[in-house]
Design a binder for this molecule. Structure first.
Ligand code: TXA
Ligand code: MG
Length: 325
């Protein structure tokens, strides 16, 4: 048991902890991950326990190079290589048939494994120094907002982690886009920080399923409610109208581009004053973390234009605002 958390940029302490089957937090360009040796069930078990994550929800395996793909996956479709060449290292996860030595715990018993090569210099150096891949879900308790800074991770897990590798604020700020293959055809499993448009420009049209059920055998992690602040959150196209409905309450606003300077608002976050999707995505989770710490009665989030990363952010916000049925 570790009693002291270490927020550090020191790769040696990160490697030492991982070699001892401990769990550390790693920075990636998307969000921070809770990482352990993907080949060791002892380590993988701890990841699920720390996150309080149900065992039916499989993890992403992080690898150091495209060449390493064959170590973890088999029967890799040519299109998967094409995508990897185009977007790795980067915010794209590929779901492929797994090699037999990937523990069932990592893949929730499925015959497929989710794989990505992250684009962060510290984590890539770490991966170069170890001879095993890293299983890593986002470093948040199950269902809550993903972390985009080392401090977010420390707030969630405090002394429960051996090491938090501090790689600064995550550049993209939203999880990777997940693509699987059905009969060698690419299928979108999760919207993420690589837009559908960018992927389709490379490989043509993607199949799109609406995976929102815990029972879904294909994409078991696509829960309807996810990424959720503790504060009740509403998503709307007409922020002003909703403000009227809750006039006597302490309201926080999550706005895309334009400030609504209103005296009745306790706090507002504007994601990108120039209307830039990349900047908005980079700021989204940090803004949600800040709003959630203010003891507001409610948060009103503004729906973004439904294209490119706007579509991804709307998807995250819809999951954050869905009421438990
Ligand atoms: O950007 C990211 O992807 C971050 C960073 C840390 O890499 N990781 C991340 O992991 O978002 P996590 O565990 O929060 O989300 C992984 C998603 C889950 O929805 C899970 O169900 C899905 O990947 N997944 C994993 N293995 C799968 C498989 N074999 N088939 C279908 N979906 C899978
Ligand atoms: Mg997650």
């Amino acid at each position: 048991m570790c009693i002291r958390i270490m927020i550090t940029t020191n790769l040696t302490s990160a490697k030492t902890a991982l070699d001892a089957h401990e769990i550390i937090a790693i920075p990636t360009e998307t969000v921070y991950g809770l990482a352990g040796n993907a080949y060791e069930e002892i380590a993988v078990n701890q990841i699920f326990a720390l996150k309080n994550r149900p065992l039916y929800n499989p993890l992403i395996v992080h690898i150091k190079s495209i060449e390493f793909l064959g170590q973890v996956a088999r029967e890799i479709p040519p299109l998967a290589y094409q995508l990897a060449e185009a977007f790795w290292p980067g915010p794209l996860t590929l779901v492929l048939k797994k090699q037999a030595h990937i523990p069932d715990l990592v893949t929730a018993g499925k015959d497929t494994v989710a794989i990505r090569m992250p684009n962060h210099p510290l984590t890539l150096s770490l991966l170069q120094q170890i001879d095993y891949p890293l299983a890593a879900p986002s470093a948040n308790p199950f269902g809550s907002i993903s972390p985009t800074t080392a401090q977010h991770v420390a707030t969630y897990f405090n002394e429960k982690l051996a090491v938090i590798l501090d790689g600064g604020t995550c550049e993209k700020g939203i999880e990777s886009t997940i693509i699987g293959f059905e009969d060698e055809n690419p299928v979108l499993y999760r919207l993420g920080s690589l837009s559908i448009e960018e992927i389709e420009a490379q490989i043509g049209p993607l199949l799109k399923h609406n995976h929102t059920s815990t029972q879904d055998p294909i994409a078991p992690g696509m829960l309807a409610r996810h990424y959720a602040p503790k504060t009740t959150t509403y998503l709307t196209e007409d922020v002003n109208e909703l403000i009227q409905n809750f006039s006597s309450q302490k309201i926080g606003l999550l706005l895309f581009q334009h400030s609504i300077q209103s005296a009745t608002i306790a706090h507002e976050e504007v994601l990108s004053s120039t209307g830039n999707f990349n900047e908005a995505a980079h700021n989204l989770y940090a803004a949600m973390h800040r709003l959630d710490r203010l003891n507001l009665d409610l948060i009103i989030a503004e729906k973004l234009p439904d294209i490119g990363l706007g579509k991804t952010m709307n998807d995250k916000l819809e999951r954050a605002t869905k009421k438990v049925e």
